[in-house]
Design a protein around this ligand. Structure first.
Ligand code: ZN
Length: 347
C-alpha cells in the first residue's frame, strides 16, 4: 500500500516524529472560523529506524489571532501569557525551523496522539499561506488508535495520561506541554507493535482529493478504504461509479450487490454481495461534509464479513423499511409503500 522512499524507488531511512501541539482559542463568539485554534506551542521527538529517541524539538509561538489565553487553556496548559509573548516566535518562523529539523535526517512519518493535531497544523499553515512539505492528502500514524488496537478493542480512545499510567511509564515531565506530550507519545509508541504502526496509517481530511486522480485507495490486512474527491452534493456522489462500486479487495473482483446500497440513520450506507472466492463482502459508506458549502465526500470501507454480519445488515435494512412504513402510514393510513423500496436506495 503506502510506500515511503525517494521518487526513484530507493527507500531512505525513515524517521518517526511524534508531534504534539498546544493551541489557544477565542473567548466566546469571537472565533475566527478560519483558525478556531491558534497553535501556541510545537513539540516533537525524533525516533530513528529502531525507535530510539535521537532528538527533540520545542518552540513557543507568539499568538497573533488570539493574543489572550483562553481561561480553560491557561488552566490546562502550563504556559503564561507573559512567557508566550516573551519567548514565542512567529508561526512562520517556528514552522520553517520545524520542517528543517524534520527533514534534516531524511524521510519521516509524523505520529500524533489522536487525529486533531495534523488537521489543526494544516489549518494554521493554510491560514498563514505557508508552504507545507507534506504531500496531500497527509498520511500519518495515530498512536492513540494503534494503542487501542493493541491494548483495547481498537475503538475506544484513551488519554495519553491513561496510556502512560497503564504502561507504567515513569512520569517526570508534566503533561500538556507540547514537548512533554510528544515525549510520552514516543514512549508509548516504543511499546507498540511496529507492524501495527506501519500498517494502520491514518489519513488527514483537511486537504481532500480535488479530482479523481487524487482519490485514495488503501488496502489493509482486513479491509480496504476509499476516500473520494469532493462532490457538489449527495446525489452527485451517488451518481459516481467508483463511489457506488463494491469490489473484493483480496482478488479485485467486482461484486454483484445482492443487497443494494441503502441508507441507515442518515449517515451510513451499506451494501453487500458475494465474492465467488472470498465469500460475503460488505461495503459501508460514510457521507462526510467537506469544509465548504454543502459539498460532500465519501469514505468507503469494504470488508470480508461473516453470514452473521450480513444478517445484521439485513436487520438494519428491515428497521429502515419499517420506520418508513410507519411514517407513511401516519401520513395516509391507506398507503403502503411498495416492498423493498425506500427513498435512499442506490444501485
Ligand atoms: Zn475475492
Amino acid at each position: 500500500m503506502i510506500k515511503f522512499g525517494s521518487e526513484h524507488g530507493e527507500v531512505n531511512t525513515i524517521y518517526y516524529i511524534t508531534l504534539d501541539l498546544e493551541w489557544n482559542q477565542a473567548e466566546r463568539r469571537r472565533t475566527n472560523t478560519n483558525i478556531p485554534f491558534e497553535i501556541i506551542e510545537v513539540g516533537a521527538v525524533k525516533l530513528d529506524e529502531s525507535w530510539n529517541v535521537v532528538d527533540h524539538f520545542s518552540m513557543l509561538v507568539k499568538p497573533r489571532v488570539y493574543p489572550h489565553l483562553f481561561p480553560k487553556v491557561l488552566e490546562i496548559v502550563n504556559i503564561t501569557e507573559n512567557e508566550l509573548h516573551r519567548k514565542g516566535k512567529p508561526f512562520a518562523t517556528v514552522m520553517k525551523q520545524f520542517w528543517d529539523w524534520c527533514s534534516a535526517t531524511g524521510d519521516y512519518l509524523l505520529c500524533t496522539w489522536g487525529t486533531m493535531d495534523i488537521t489543526e497544523l494544516l489549518r494554521n499553515i493554510n491560514y498563514y499561506h505557508l508552504k507545507c512539505p507534506l504531500k496531500h492528502p497527509v498520511f500519518y500514524s495515530d498512536i492513540q488508535k494503534i494503542y487501542s488496537l493493541q491494548y483495547s478493542d481498537g475503538k475506544k480512545r484513551c488519554s495519553l495520561e491513561t496510556a502512560a499510567d497503564e504502561l507504567q511509564l515513569t512520569e517526570t515531565l508534566q503533561f500538556h506541554r507540547a514537548h512533554a506530550d510528544a515525549y510520552y507519545t514516543a514512549l508509548v509508541m516504543q511499546r507498540l507493535d511496529r507492524h501495527l504502526v506501519d500498517m494502520y496509517l491514518s489519513l488527514d481530511y483537511f486537504h481532500l482529493p480535488a479530482n479523481a486522480s487524487e482519490e485514495v485507495h488503501m488496502v489493509f490486512d482486513t479491509y480496504s478504504k476509499y476516500v473520494s474527491r469532493v462532490f457538489p452534493d449527495k446525489e452527485a456522489a451517488f451518481a459516481d461509479k467508483e463511489v457506488i462500486s463494491c469490489t473484493c479487495y483480496l482478488c479485485n473482483t467486482p461484486i454483484k450487490k445482492t443487497i443494494p446500497w441503502f441508507s441507515y440513520l442518515g449517515r451510513y450506507y451499506y451494501c453487500g454481495g458475494k465474492c465467488p472466492t472470498h465469500g460475503w463482502i460488505r461495503s459501508k459508506i460514510r457521507l462526510k461534509k467537506a469544509d465548504s458549502d454543502h459539498h460532500v465526500y465519501v469514505v468507503k470501507t469494504t470488508k470480508v464479513v461473516l453470514q452473521s454480519d450480513i444478517d445484521d445488515i439485513l436487520e438494519k435494512r428491515e428497521e429502515v423499511r419499517e420506520k418508513r412504513r410507519k411514517h407513511l402510514e401516519a401520513l395516509d393510513p391507506n398507503t403502503t409503500p411498495p416492498a423493498g423500496k425506500n427513498n435512499d436506495t442506490y444501485k
